[in-house]
Write a protein that binds this ligand. Structure first.
Ligand code: SD4
Length: 325
Protein backbone atom coordinates (compact mmCIF):
# COMPACT_ATOMS: atom_id res chain seq x y z
CA UNK A 1 0.00 0.00 0.00
CA UNK A 2 2.75 2.36 1.01
CA UNK A 3 4.79 1.75 -2.10
CA UNK A 4 1.73 2.12 -4.32
CA UNK A 5 1.11 5.52 -2.83
CA UNK A 6 4.71 6.55 -3.35
CA UNK A 7 4.44 5.43 -6.97
CA UNK A 8 1.28 7.49 -7.35
CA UNK A 9 3.05 10.54 -5.94
CA UNK A 10 5.85 10.13 -8.44
CA UNK A 11 3.54 9.85 -11.41
CA UNK A 12 1.36 12.59 -10.11
CA UNK A 13 4.32 14.93 -10.00
CA UNK A 14 5.07 14.25 -13.64
CA UNK A 15 1.52 14.88 -14.67
CA UNK A 16 1.21 18.02 -12.56
CA UNK A 17 3.37 21.11 -12.49
CA UNK A 18 6.19 19.36 -14.29
CA UNK A 19 3.93 19.06 -17.31
CA UNK A 20 3.46 22.81 -17.41
CA UNK A 21 7.14 23.50 -16.83
CA UNK A 22 8.69 21.17 -19.41
CA UNK A 23 8.08 20.65 -23.07
CA UNK A 24 6.83 17.08 -23.54
CA UNK A 25 10.17 15.82 -24.89
CA UNK A 26 12.01 17.03 -21.81
CA UNK A 27 9.32 15.59 -19.61
CA UNK A 28 10.10 12.07 -20.74
CA UNK A 29 13.83 12.70 -20.64
CA UNK A 30 13.50 13.39 -16.92
CA UNK A 31 15.26 11.00 -14.59
CA UNK A 32 13.08 9.58 -11.85
CA UNK A 33 11.73 12.46 -9.85
CA UNK A 34 11.90 10.46 -6.66
CA UNK A 35 14.14 12.38 -4.30
CA UNK A 36 15.14 15.08 -6.75
CA UNK A 37 17.22 17.36 -4.59
CA UNK A 38 18.14 19.98 -3.81
CA UNK A 39 15.20 22.07 -5.02
CA UNK A 40 14.26 25.68 -4.38
CA UNK A 41 11.05 27.31 -5.54
CA UNK A 42 9.95 30.85 -4.89
CA UNK A 43 7.19 33.26 -5.83
CA UNK A 44 7.24 35.82 -8.65
CA UNK A 45 9.98 37.03 -10.96
CA UNK A 46 12.14 38.27 -8.11
CA UNK A 47 12.30 34.67 -6.96
CA UNK A 48 14.93 34.06 -9.63
CA UNK A 49 17.51 36.33 -8.01
CA UNK A 50 16.52 35.05 -4.59
CA UNK A 51 17.05 31.46 -5.78
CA UNK A 52 20.63 32.30 -6.75
CA UNK A 53 21.48 33.00 -3.10
CA UNK A 54 19.51 30.01 -1.85
CA UNK A 55 21.23 27.75 -4.37
CA UNK A 56 24.68 28.75 -3.09
CA UNK A 57 23.69 27.22 0.25
CA UNK A 58 21.87 24.20 -1.17
CA UNK A 59 24.57 23.25 -3.67
CA UNK A 60 27.18 23.37 -0.90
CA UNK A 61 25.14 20.78 1.01
CA UNK A 62 23.82 23.49 3.35
CA UNK A 63 20.58 23.42 5.26
CA UNK A 64 17.30 24.37 3.55
CA UNK A 65 16.61 26.73 6.46
CA UNK A 66 19.77 28.74 5.75
CA UNK A 67 19.02 28.70 2.04
CA UNK A 68 15.54 30.18 2.36
CA UNK A 69 16.64 32.80 4.88
CA UNK A 70 19.47 33.94 2.59
CA UNK A 71 17.29 33.75 -0.50
CA UNK A 72 14.41 35.94 0.62
CA UNK A 73 16.81 38.57 1.93
CA UNK A 74 17.55 39.51 -1.69
CA UNK A 75 14.19 41.21 -2.40
CA UNK A 76 13.97 42.35 1.24
CA UNK A 77 17.13 44.42 0.77
CA UNK A 78 16.28 45.70 -2.71
CA UNK A 79 14.79 49.22 -2.53
CA UNK A 80 13.32 48.80 -6.02
CA UNK A 81 11.03 45.98 -4.87
CA UNK A 82 8.02 47.81 -3.50
CA UNK A 83 6.25 44.82 -1.97
CA UNK A 84 8.94 43.46 0.35
CA UNK A 85 11.31 44.96 2.93
CA UNK A 86 13.24 48.15 2.17
CA UNK A 87 11.26 50.35 -0.21
CA UNK A 88 8.01 48.49 0.49
CA UNK A 89 4.87 50.55 -0.07
CA UNK A 90 3.61 51.93 3.24
CA UNK A 91 0.26 51.65 4.98
CA UNK A 92 -2.28 54.46 4.65
CA UNK A 93 -0.49 56.42 7.38
CA UNK A 94 2.79 56.31 5.46
CA UNK A 95 4.39 53.66 7.68
CA UNK A 96 6.22 50.69 6.19
CA UNK A 97 5.22 47.67 8.29
CA UNK A 98 6.69 44.27 7.51
CA UNK A 99 5.48 40.70 8.03
CA UNK A 100 7.64 37.57 7.84
CA UNK A 101 7.87 33.98 9.01
CA UNK A 102 10.22 31.04 8.75
CA UNK A 103 9.81 27.31 9.47
CA UNK A 104 12.28 24.42 9.55
CA UNK A 105 12.30 20.63 9.29
CA UNK A 106 11.65 20.17 13.01
CA UNK A 107 8.47 22.32 12.97
CA UNK A 108 10.40 25.08 14.66
CA UNK A 109 8.97 28.38 13.52
CA UNK A 110 9.25 32.11 14.13
CA UNK A 111 7.42 35.17 12.90
CA UNK A 112 7.20 38.93 13.11
CA UNK A 113 4.24 41.06 12.14
CA UNK A 114 3.80 44.79 11.70
CA UNK A 115 7.52 45.29 12.26
CA UNK A 116 8.90 48.73 11.33
CA UNK A 117 12.41 50.04 10.59
CA UNK A 118 14.18 46.70 10.05
CA UNK A 119 15.38 45.78 6.55
CA UNK A 120 15.42 42.01 7.10
CA UNK A 121 12.34 40.90 9.03
CA UNK A 122 13.05 37.28 8.05
CA UNK A 123 16.25 37.36 10.09
CA UNK A 124 14.29 38.71 13.07
CA UNK A 125 11.71 35.94 12.59
CA UNK A 126 14.53 33.39 12.72
CA UNK A 127 15.82 34.93 15.94
CA UNK A 128 12.31 34.72 17.42
CA UNK A 129 12.36 31.02 16.49
CA UNK A 130 15.79 30.34 17.92
CA UNK A 131 16.06 32.64 20.90
CA UNK A 132 12.58 32.83 22.42
CA UNK A 133 9.97 30.34 23.59
CA UNK A 134 7.47 32.15 21.31
CA UNK A 135 6.43 31.89 17.68
CA UNK A 136 5.37 35.45 16.87
CA UNK A 137 6.27 38.97 17.98
CA UNK A 138 4.38 42.00 16.69
CA UNK A 139 4.75 45.76 16.35
CA UNK A 140 6.75 47.58 19.02
CA UNK A 141 7.59 44.35 20.80
CA UNK A 142 9.08 42.90 17.61
CA UNK A 143 11.11 46.08 17.05
CA UNK A 144 12.32 46.12 20.64
CA UNK A 145 13.41 42.48 20.28
CA UNK A 146 15.16 43.21 16.97
CA UNK A 147 17.10 46.15 18.39
CA UNK A 148 18.09 44.14 21.46
CA UNK A 149 19.45 41.48 19.10
CA UNK A 150 21.70 43.83 17.17
CA UNK A 151 19.49 44.79 14.23
CA UNK A 152 19.87 48.39 13.06
CA UNK A 153 16.98 50.83 12.91
CA UNK A 154 16.65 52.15 9.37
CA UNK A 155 14.32 54.26 7.29
CA UNK A 156 12.42 51.89 5.00
CA UNK A 157 10.27 54.44 3.18
CA UNK A 158 12.19 55.34 0.02
CA UNK A 159 11.51 58.62 -1.82
CA UNK A 160 9.84 56.59 -4.60
CA UNK A 161 7.49 54.76 -2.24
CA UNK A 162 6.72 58.00 -0.41
CA UNK A 163 5.84 59.62 -3.72
CA UNK A 164 3.55 56.71 -4.67
CA UNK A 165 1.83 56.94 -1.26
CA UNK A 166 1.27 60.71 -1.61
CA UNK A 167 -0.21 60.10 -5.05
CA UNK A 168 -2.49 57.43 -3.56
CA UNK A 169 -3.57 59.83 -0.80
CA UNK A 170 -5.21 62.10 -3.37
CA UNK A 171 -8.01 59.56 -3.82
CA UNK A 172 -7.22 57.20 -0.96
CA UNK A 173 -9.08 54.28 -2.52
CA UNK A 174 -8.16 50.88 -1.17
CA UNK A 175 -8.29 48.31 -3.91
CA UNK A 176 -5.95 45.33 -4.06
CA UNK A 177 -4.54 44.95 -7.56
CA UNK A 178 -3.64 41.48 -8.85
CA UNK A 179 -0.04 40.85 -9.93
CA UNK A 180 1.24 44.36 -9.21
CA UNK A 181 4.27 44.70 -11.49
CA UNK A 182 4.76 40.99 -11.17
CA UNK A 183 5.74 40.86 -7.56
CA UNK A 184 4.08 40.71 -4.17
CA UNK A 185 5.14 38.55 -1.27
CA UNK A 186 8.23 36.40 -1.59
CA UNK A 187 7.52 32.89 -0.38
CA UNK A 188 10.36 30.40 -0.78
CA UNK A 189 10.41 26.69 -0.01
CA UNK A 190 13.39 24.39 -0.38
CA UNK A 191 14.48 20.78 -0.09
CA UNK A 192 18.13 20.28 0.76
CA UNK A 193 20.52 17.44 -0.09
CA UNK A 194 19.74 15.73 3.22
CA UNK A 195 16.11 15.73 2.06
CA UNK A 196 14.98 18.23 4.68
CA UNK A 197 12.44 20.95 3.95
CA UNK A 198 12.21 24.55 5.13
CA UNK A 199 10.42 27.71 4.08
CA UNK A 200 10.39 31.49 4.46
CA UNK A 201 7.83 34.14 3.60
CA UNK A 202 8.24 37.93 3.78
CA UNK A 203 6.30 40.98 2.62
CA UNK A 204 5.42 44.60 3.24
CA UNK A 205 1.82 43.43 2.87
CA UNK A 206 -0.99 45.20 1.09
CA UNK A 207 -0.04 48.67 0.00
CA UNK A 208 -2.01 51.39 1.84
CA UNK A 209 -3.56 48.93 4.29
CA UNK A 210 -4.99 50.11 7.61
CA UNK A 211 -2.21 50.59 10.12
CA UNK A 212 -1.90 47.36 12.08
CA UNK A 213 -3.28 45.11 9.34
CA UNK A 214 -1.52 41.76 9.17
CA UNK A 215 -1.92 39.43 6.21
CA UNK A 216 -1.26 35.76 5.70
CA UNK A 217 2.49 36.00 5.16
CA UNK A 218 3.70 35.90 8.79
CA UNK A 219 1.08 33.39 9.89
CA UNK A 220 2.35 29.83 10.13
CA UNK A 221 -0.21 27.67 8.31
CA UNK A 222 -1.51 30.54 6.18
CA UNK A 223 1.44 32.11 4.33
CA UNK A 224 3.80 29.21 4.96
CA UNK A 225 3.78 25.67 6.26
CA UNK A 226 6.40 22.94 6.40
CA UNK A 227 5.93 19.33 7.45
CA UNK A 228 9.18 17.50 6.91
CA UNK A 229 7.41 14.15 6.46
CA UNK A 230 5.24 15.42 3.64
CA UNK A 231 6.07 18.75 2.04
CA UNK A 232 5.97 22.53 2.24
CA UNK A 233 3.76 25.26 0.81
CA UNK A 234 3.69 29.04 0.60
CA UNK A 235 1.25 31.61 -0.69
CA UNK A 236 1.00 35.05 -2.25
CA UNK A 237 -1.83 37.43 -3.01
CA UNK A 238 -4.69 38.74 -0.91
CA UNK A 239 -3.81 37.48 2.55
CA UNK A 240 -7.30 37.69 3.98
CA UNK A 241 -8.48 35.01 1.56
CA UNK A 242 -5.50 32.79 2.36
CA UNK A 243 -6.06 33.11 6.11
CA UNK A 244 -9.72 32.11 5.68
CA UNK A 245 -8.66 28.72 4.33
CA UNK A 246 -5.39 28.42 6.31
CA UNK A 247 -3.99 27.97 2.85
CA UNK A 248 -0.46 26.64 3.19
CA UNK A 249 -1.43 24.16 5.89
CA UNK A 250 -4.31 23.04 3.71
CA UNK A 251 -1.97 22.44 0.77
CA UNK A 252 0.39 20.33 2.90
CA UNK A 253 -2.48 18.33 4.38
CA UNK A 254 -3.86 17.71 0.88
CA UNK A 255 -0.45 16.31 -0.09
CA UNK A 256 -0.54 14.12 3.00
CA UNK A 257 -3.80 12.67 1.70
CA UNK A 258 -2.05 11.60 -1.49
CA UNK A 259 -2.57 14.59 -3.76
CA UNK A 260 0.34 15.74 -5.87
CA UNK A 261 1.70 19.21 -5.08
CA UNK A 262 -0.07 20.48 -8.21
CA UNK A 263 -3.41 18.94 -7.24
CA UNK A 264 -3.05 20.31 -3.70
CA UNK A 265 -2.48 23.87 -4.94
CA UNK A 266 -5.46 23.61 -7.29
CA UNK A 267 -7.81 22.33 -4.58
CA UNK A 268 -6.74 25.16 -2.24
CA UNK A 269 -7.35 27.83 -4.89
CA UNK A 270 -10.77 26.32 -5.62
CA UNK A 271 -11.56 26.60 -1.91
CA UNK A 272 -10.95 30.36 -2.19
CA UNK A 273 -13.35 30.46 -5.15
CA UNK A 274 -15.96 28.52 -3.19
CA UNK A 275 -15.71 30.98 -0.27
CA UNK A 276 -15.86 34.12 -2.39
CA UNK A 277 -17.16 33.31 -5.90
CA UNK A 278 -17.55 36.96 -6.98
CA UNK A 279 -14.59 38.48 -5.18
CA UNK A 280 -12.29 35.71 -6.38
CA UNK A 281 -12.68 37.04 -9.96
CA UNK A 282 -11.04 40.33 -8.99
CA UNK A 283 -8.18 39.30 -6.75
CA UNK A 284 -5.06 37.21 -6.93
CA UNK A 285 -4.14 34.28 -4.69
CA UNK A 286 -1.40 31.84 -5.61
CA UNK A 287 0.24 28.80 -4.00
CA UNK A 288 3.52 26.97 -4.43
CA UNK A 289 4.03 23.48 -3.04
CA UNK A 290 7.00 21.14 -2.84
CA UNK A 291 6.92 17.59 -1.55
CA UNK A 292 9.53 15.44 0.10
CA UNK A 293 10.45 13.88 -3.28
CA UNK A 294 11.23 17.24 -4.85
CA UNK A 295 8.01 17.31 -6.89
CA UNK A 296 6.38 20.70 -7.03
CA UNK A 297 3.17 22.46 -7.94
CA UNK A 298 1.96 26.00 -8.60
CA UNK A 299 -1.52 27.40 -9.16
CA UNK A 300 -3.27 30.76 -8.88
CA UNK A 301 -6.66 32.38 -9.26
CA UNK A 302 -5.56 34.69 -12.06
CA UNK A 303 -3.11 34.48 -14.90
CA UNK A 304 0.19 36.21 -14.33
CA UNK A 305 1.41 34.37 -11.23
CA UNK A 306 5.05 33.57 -11.89
CA UNK A 307 7.50 31.55 -9.87
CA UNK A 308 11.16 30.64 -10.11
CA UNK A 309 12.55 27.16 -9.61
CA UNK A 310 15.96 25.57 -9.53
CA UNK A 311 16.89 21.90 -9.15
CA UNK A 312 19.54 19.60 -10.61
CA UNK A 313 17.29 19.18 -13.70
CA UNK A 314 16.04 22.74 -13.99
CA UNK A 315 18.45 25.65 -14.28
CA UNK A 316 17.12 28.61 -12.32
CA UNK A 317 14.21 29.91 -14.38
CA UNK A 318 10.83 31.55 -14.25
CA UNK A 319 7.54 29.92 -15.21
CA UNK A 320 3.97 31.11 -15.11
CA UNK A 321 1.54 28.94 -13.19
CA UNK A 322 -1.74 27.66 -14.51
CA UNK A 323 -4.72 29.57 -13.19
CA UNK A 324 -8.39 29.08 -12.33
CA UNK A 325 -9.64 32.05 -14.41
C1 SD4 B 1 -0.53 40.01 2.26
N1 SD4 B 1 0.03 38.11 0.91
O1 SD4 B 1 -0.12 40.78 3.12
C2 SD4 B 1 0.50 39.35 1.40
C3 SD4 B 1 1.08 40.24 0.40
C4 SD4 B 1 0.30 41.19 -0.38
O2 SD4 B 1 -1.28 41.51 -2.07
O3 SD4 B 1 0.64 42.30 -0.44
N2 SD4 B 1 -0.74 40.79 -1.09
O4 SD4 B 1 -1.71 39.78 2.08
Amino acid sequence: MKSTRRHFLKLGGLGGAAASAFPLTNLFAQPSLASTKPVVISTWNFGKEANVEAWKVLSANGRALDAVEKGVQVPEGDPKETSVGLGGLPDRDGRVTLDACIMDEFANCGAVACLEHIVHPIAVARKVMEKTPHVMLVGDGALQFALANGFKKEKLLTPESEKAWKEWLKEAKYKPVANIENHDTIGMIALDQKQNLSGACTTSGMAYKLHGRVGDSPIIGAGLFVDNEIGAATSTGVGEEVIRIVGSHLVVELMRQGNTPQQACEIAVKRVVKNQPEKSKQIQVGFLALNKNGEYGAYALQKGFTYAIQSPEIPNQIFESKSYY
